[in-house]
Write a protein of this length. Structure first.
Length: 379
């Protein structure tokens, strides 16, 4: 395996880049720096593997392969054919090329894409048919991201394949699921570090509870799934297995991670999701209305909620009563617990009557902009 180092780009939702940089720093990545849309760091291929394996908040891990200057299509064609694709790709692998052009003499992305695909075919790659960079279900092609800006052509490779919120353990998905990566960053924003219990009274598929338990157990999010980097020329199966299998899952004493939901099907699905993640001993889900939510025995901790909101489920006017009931239950039963609540509607957060304040900017999620609201220990 090559000892070359690359710039590594860790994708993050806009506005949450500092949280991912903080996580990367804690995990020992080199000088992680927040930039729009993510975090940059540097490392070799083993650091690329480790980023996919260990970082809970990253959406994808991109590797900056290099590039060159090109002022016209013929020059792009010639230099793309000379690019050392064999250092990264194996002949016969399927690739997908996505091109973005800005402020360059080469301004036609379609024509540039065609030239680069021809160069890759000359190397021996197979070009994917159909699909584009928005098609997150396509894990069969290795994505090559091409940026042509100020006449500089730069190539990046998506080392993840399927987006990293797909941990390989969730089969049941609720009506409006929270992505695991976003849940992990919101938990971090609430000051959660795996040393206190977490409870979700509207748990749905259990994402917040399962992520919290996994953080406490130091379970690595990528240990149960496959990645695009396993199909690259740089991949060493024995070294990867050693990295992936190192370290046992911890079992923190005295902490409980629990959730409840009025939908019995959601409770069963969340329980099954936790079992597939190997966290059934740390998590518990039960059927209950919001008004019956009660904390597990033990220390006080964090209530983390992604309740229904108008743009997501149904008519928001019908949800004010639900949020008022939620606030009343938390004040009555969760004294001393902090609260994190995600919503697209600030009015619904206010309807709880809790001292909730917005944390950070609105974040894109499922076609909406959602905001995390937090409250200090209730008293």
């Amino acid at each position: 395996m090559s000892d070359d180092t690359y710039e590594i780009f860790l994708q993050a939702p806009p506005g949450l880049e500092p949280l991912l940089a903080e996580e990367a720093r804690e995990k020992g990545f080199a000088a992680p720096a927040p930039v729009p849309g993510g975090v940059t760091t540097r490392g070799g291929w083993e650091e690329v593997w480790r980023a996919n394996l260990e970082l809970r908040g990253a959406g994808r891990v991109l590797v900056r392969l290099g590039g060159f200057m090109a002022f016209h299509l013929a020059q792009l064609d010639k230099r793309a054919r000379k690019f050392p694709w064999g250092d990264v790709l194996r002949p016969g692998e399927t690739v997908r090329v996505d091109v973005l052009c800005r402020r360059s003499k080469i301004y036609h992305a379609g024509a540039a894409k065609q030239r680069i695909e021809t160069a890759l075919e000359a190397f021996g790659a197979v070009i994917a048919q159909g699909g584009d960079e928005t098609d997150e279900t396509d894990a069969t092609a290795i994505a090559i991201k091409v940026r042509i800006e100020d006449n500089e052509v730069s190539f990046s490779l998506d080392s993840s394949g399927e987006p990293l919120h797909r941990r390989g353990t969730k089969q049941f998905v609720g009506k409006a699921p929270m992505r695991e990566t976003l849940a992990a960053l919101f938990l971090r924003a609430c000051g959660y570090a795996g040393r206190e219990p977490v409870y979700d009274p509207m748990c749905g598929s259990g994402t917040f509870v399962i992520e919290a338990a996994a953080i406490a157990a130091q379970a690595r999010p990528g240990a149960r799934r496959a990645f695009a980097f396993e199909r690259l020329a740089s991949f060493d199966p024995a070294r990867w297995r050693k990295m992936r299998d190192a370290g046992a899952v911890a079992r923190p004493e005295g902490l409980r991670f629990a959730g409840s939901d009025r939908d019995a099907g959601a409770v069963a699905g969340a329980t099954a999701n936790a079992a597939r993640a190997g966290l059934e001993g740390l998590t518990a889900f039960h059927h209950a209305a919001v008004s019956d939510a009660a904390p597990p025995e033990g220390p006080k901790g964090l209530v983390m909620i992604n309740p229904p909101y108008g743009g997501r489920i149904g008519n928001k006017k019908l949800l004010y009563g639900l949020h008022a009931a939620l606030g009343e239950t938390l004040r009555r039963n969760f004294e001393g617990w902090r609260v994190g609540l995600v919503t697209s509607e600030p009015g619904l957060a206010r309807a709880t009557g809790l001292p909730l304040k917005p944390w950070g900017p609105p974040v894109p999620h499922g076609g909406l902009k959602v905001t995390l609201f937090t409250a200090p220990p209730l008293g």
